[in-house]
Design a protein around this ligand. Structure first.
Ligand code: FAD
Length: 473
């Protein structure tokens, strides 16, 4: 008997419940991938995601071939492809790992119904999260809106999946259907803008495990403090690997627990708590599926954003706002497909508060340029910073980018790395070049001489707008 194993954002062979289901039923797994961006609604993957996916699919195919199988790739629509393949391969079952984006949840439910209606065994599994997003509820049976009680309830009732080793060899179907070559999916940018990314990343399951090892051997010690330092390698950089399911979160937890000592305990707890934020983001997206577009807190529907300013937005996107820590972050993003979490908060705060541009503008840019772009995490991150979210930072918290830079990039190394034109300036000036415009003009004639939104005036305007909303409530 044969079964289709439909790979999506679970591009791995270890801890792969869909593949394990086929094998334990004694079925030959026919491993497939279906390219179907138009089925993702308003959130078809962005350019950086596509580029990563290209490499990750290639890596999965190599891993499958090494075991005697291969990845067959197709273009959607998904249901039609699954039906045709099930018939062509004489498959009796279709297995996949769940995704939680609203458009995909809806589509998958329809697919499951249709396949079952035809007498096929269609079954989906959790492969992406420590807990299913619907698993936790408040005592009143409602979804959580605040992280701390959500996480407390998770810790009090801690059951996460067990690890499953990758199969050493796999049976394969003889002959057709072959599918189309990876290049035909056209996932890579024609301009080659992503070429420098790959100095920083190795997409695929092996790359994910390597990143985990590098982290447990290195930055894990001191993570609790180090995670806030963009000038150091203080975090795991596992986010794109997690997004594409190249590694299971419970595998990460298991590996960290093995490294637990008196010295690392607090760092491990802090790390698992960050994974908890990822769980919480998926919990929110599942229960509040409109939040990628709409304010979680509808009170903010009346917020006085400034008029959309396309020139200012362009300056922000290209890292030319004149605020060095903001520009460094946006250039890190452009050159590597990733940005440090602390800097994500700083650039987002500057956009939403000082520039008073809508958080959706920033969320869209991140969506297109982050290799870890993830609808749940990105929505939570932007709404948190904008103050419009479920569990939001208080409206009066307006990050001062210079204070932030002085605290978290004390030697200015992060700024120097991404804005080499400012590297010769001494440190207080490197974070606030407008304090000595003459000197900056000599060193970096092309760097903006003043911030696009003045720090003091921008802060006052933001606070005024938030206060007006509060008074109206
Ligand atoms: P680590 O510190 O090593 O954390 C480990 C893992 O925990 C991460 O890989 C990630 O999966 C999870 N995690 C950590 N912090 C958060 C968080 N605040 N929210 C949810 N999960 C978290 N993360 C994304 O994966 N995709 C996004 O599209 C995304 N957009 C963001 C937008 C904004 C405005 C902000 C402020 C944050 C965003 N984040 C997003 C969260 C966070 O910045 C990244 O997950 C983190 O920087 C990834 O680096 P890391 O793997 O080295 O993190």
């Amino acid at each position: 008997a044969n079964a289709l194993v439909w790979f999506r954002n679970d591009l791995r062979l270890a801890d792969q419940p869909a593949l394990a289901a086929a094998l334990s039923a004694g079925q030959v797994p026919v491993c497939i991938y279906i390219h179907e961006p138009e089925e993702e609604g308003d959130w078809a993957p962005g350019a950086a995601s596509d580029a990563w996916r290209h490499h990750s699919l290639a890596a999965l195919d190599v891993a499958l071939r090494a075991r005697g199988s291969r990845l067959r790739m197709f273009r959607g629509p998904s249901l039609a492809v699954l039906q045709a393949l099930a018939a062509a391969c004489d498959a009796e079952a279709v297995y996949w790992t769940r995704r939680y984006e609203p458009a995909i949840e809806r589509r998958d439910a329809e697919i499951k119904r249709a396949l079952r209606g035809q007498g096929l065994h269609a079954e989906s599994f959790n492969g992406a999260l420590l807990f299913e997003p619907w698993q936790r509820a408040t005592r009143q049976g409602a979804p959580y809106r605040v992280f701390t009680p959500f996480w407390r309830s998770a810790l009090a009732d801690w059951h996460v999946p067990s690890t499953i080793e990758a199969p050493r060899s796999l049976p394969d179907l003889d002959g057709d259907p072959d599918g189309i070559p990876l290049d035909a999916l056209k996932l890579r940018s024609a301009r080659g803008w992503d070429a420098p990314f790959w100095d920083h990343w190795t997409p695929g399951e092996a790359g994910a495990h390597e990143a985990l090892e590098v982290f447990t051997d290195g930055a894990l010690r001191g993570y609790r403090e180090g995670r806030d330092r963009p000038d150091q390698v203080g975090t795991s950089r596992l986010s794109p690997h997690l997004h594409f399911g190249e590694i299971a979160p419970w595998r990460i937890v298991a590996a960290l627990e093995e490294a637990r000592t008196a010295a690392t305990g607090a760092d491990i707890d802090a790390y698992v708590r960050e994974l908890g934020w990822r769980e919480f983001a998926h919990h929110l997206l599942h229960h509040f599926p409109e939040t990628p577009e709409r304010n979680f807190n509808p009170r903010f529907d009346d917020f006085a954003w400034a008029r959309r300013d396309s020139r200012a937005l362009e300056a922000w996107r290209t890292g030319r706002t004149g605020v060095p820590i903001v520009d460094a972050g946006l250039r890190e993003l452009w050159h590597t497909g990733w940005m440090h979490n602390r800097v994500r908060m700083i650039v987002a705060s500057y956009l939403c508060k000082h520039m008073r541009q809508h958080w959706r503008e920033g969320a869209r840019w991140f969506w297109d340029t982050l290799v870890d772009a993830d609808l749940a995490n990105n929505t939570l991150g932007w709404q948190w910073v904008a103050g419009t979210g479920a569990d939001a930072s208080p409206y009066f918290r307006v990050f001062n980018p210079v204070t932030q830079a002085t605290r978290f990039d004390p030697d200015g190394r992060y700024v120097a790395r991404w804005l080499p034109e400012l590297a010769d300036l001494p440190v207080p000036l490197r974070h606030a070049p407008w304090d000595d415009p003459g000197r900056v003009r000599r060193h970096a004639p092309d760097y903006p001489s003043r911030p696009i939104a003045d720090l003091a005036a921008g802060r006052d305007a933001a606070l005024g707008a938030y206060r007006a909303l509060k008074d109206r409530a």
